[in-house]
Design a protein around this ligand. Sequence first.
Ligand SMILES: [Zn+2]
Length: 269
Amino acid sequence: MPELPEVETSRRGIEPYLVGNKIQYSIVRNSQLRWPVATEILHIANESVLSVKRRAKYLLIQLQHGWIIIHLGMSGSIRILAKEQLAEKHDHIDLVLADGKTLRYTDPRRFGAWLWTNDLDNCPVLFHLGPEPLSTDFNADYLYQRAKNKKTAIKPWLMDNKIVVGVGNIYANEALFAAKILPTRAAHSLTRKEIDNLVIQIKQILQCSIKQGGITLKDFLQSDGKPGYFAQQLFVYGKKGEACSHCGQLIESIKLGQRSTFFCYNCQK
Ligand SMILES: [Zn+2]
């Protein structure tokens, strides 16, 4: 599943091709995604692109008359085609640009979304979201206040978009390992010092991953069409039964909030 770093990588990949360009028209081959593709998107004609932003895992393409909101779902990817190419089975949407290039959206599982809004601040999919993890709004004071009285296990709690956006399963596992905190701990049991460290680790892991072009899952393509990198080093995620890189004890795995959870009992307390 594309995570925040992949979405940010996609944003950075498409931004230089879109901003200052025009979308001449769209080709929607299959409008049945997670929700039907917004009718405004079907009828785009000669719209200038003003900016390409990101909020949580949503890509936001600002046009003169509104915003296209794209979510990549489980298996969506976008890329820029330099010239016309025949669409394949899962290439559901093209945005044809004035300079002859095309933004192509591919999504085998069709859990992605292409929505439209004229009012970004009150858009239902965005307004309930917590702070961006790399913003100054996400800091130890904030997280400590929110964690007080919360008996929920820290890992599923961190993955709640209302607390902070973009900390998906991989990053929650890795950040808790880096911060030496067991994923099963109740959120309120974390000391201020642990929260300080956890915030630092979350930011570092996401920043590192964005820098390396995102952790690449099989479905993800870099926006220039090349496969992404596998550069991000994982310490616990997917490593059940392997030796912990810090202490050598075997990494364990449990289900927590229905998500695979990996940790080292020796390193994490
Ligand atoms: Zn260990």
